[in-house]
Design a protein around this ligand. Sequence first.
Ligand code: PLP
Length: 380
Amino acid sequence: MNYDFDRIIDRSNSNSAKWDRYRGRDILPMWVADSDFAVLPEIQQALHRRAEHPVFGYTETPTHLIELLVERMRRLYHWNIEPEWLLPLPGIVGSLYLACRATGNPGERVYLPSVIYGPFTKAPGMNSMINQPIPMCIRDERMVIDMDWLEQQPPHPGQLLMFCNPQNPGGSVYRENELRRLAEIVRQQELVLCSDEIHCDLILDRDRRHIPVASLDPDIEQRSITLMAPSKTFNVPGLGCAFAIIPDRVLRSRMKTNPYIVPHVNIMGFAAAEAAYEFGDEWNRQQCTYLAATRDYLVDAINRIPGLNLGPIEATYLAWIDVSALRLDDPMTFFENAGVGMSPGRDFGDPGHMRLNFGCPRSRVEQAVERIAKAVADLG
Ligand SMILES: Cc1ncc(COP(=O)(O)O)c(C=O)c1O
């Protein structure tokens, strides 16, 4: 079956955060990371089926979903996990805070990449902990954490290191040798690693593969919290379903959610996750092919606009565009005035960039490029 990613779906009046921000204004919403693609039909069917049952009580992780996840980790990532390592969670952002709380105390430091998805930088402070940014570096045009810097740091037993693979923003996919080096640093410095892998199934190139860092060896496995979710890949972030994989029993019990501060996973989120992981492989293969073609178009088109620069994007539907050469006081307002609503780079630690979400029909991306090109040309 061929899925239609070109289809334009009217999301106005669907209570969409992405679309409601610019309601009534001619601004293309290309900011928050949900896509404008219709979900896999089996997801919608599973939700319909569940909605037909008239009672929506508290729930537990479906056994079938656990089986699917164990099988998926083995099949896609050659990672043999035990069912009890899985911890269901209503979202990843809250889990970043939980990871800080589970591993450290107020006043202690947390390593995190200096350019990163914004909520990472808020998580340590929520537990009165202190951000310790890891500088980023560019390797073969890919933004990755600077392991040379990290390697030189003294051991901090028990200190948390959070990172994101694939990297948001930037879309870099960490290579096996990089992950092995990171795992070795974590081991030598006796750190705990929290790896946000929410974008792991949005790898755009066939010759790349995602490697969960925890899958590399039993030592890093025991020191790690891996966060994953169907939300980005299968476009169900509004359904609130994610999970952590935590092999170490003590760490897992510390991460266990407290029902007074973290709600249960939504019963519909579980239904969607089950359908996504059971039936979604071919849909996602086609989605990645579609996104890769959009990416090729976008990288070429943006780099033709004088003053803009866009490096390779290996994963995600998020383009990290360098606009620093334009010397704009307020890049977000400038591009909104041009009719394109992107995420400002300052939210990720770099005000010289803008993040454009290209998870939408290509015609909309083309329209956005036209608007951006015109606005930049008008600058003179
Ligand atoms: C790296 C990363 N982590 C977490 C999230 C959000 O996860 P959740 O909606 O499950 O809180 C996003 C959303 O864009 C993300 O890019």
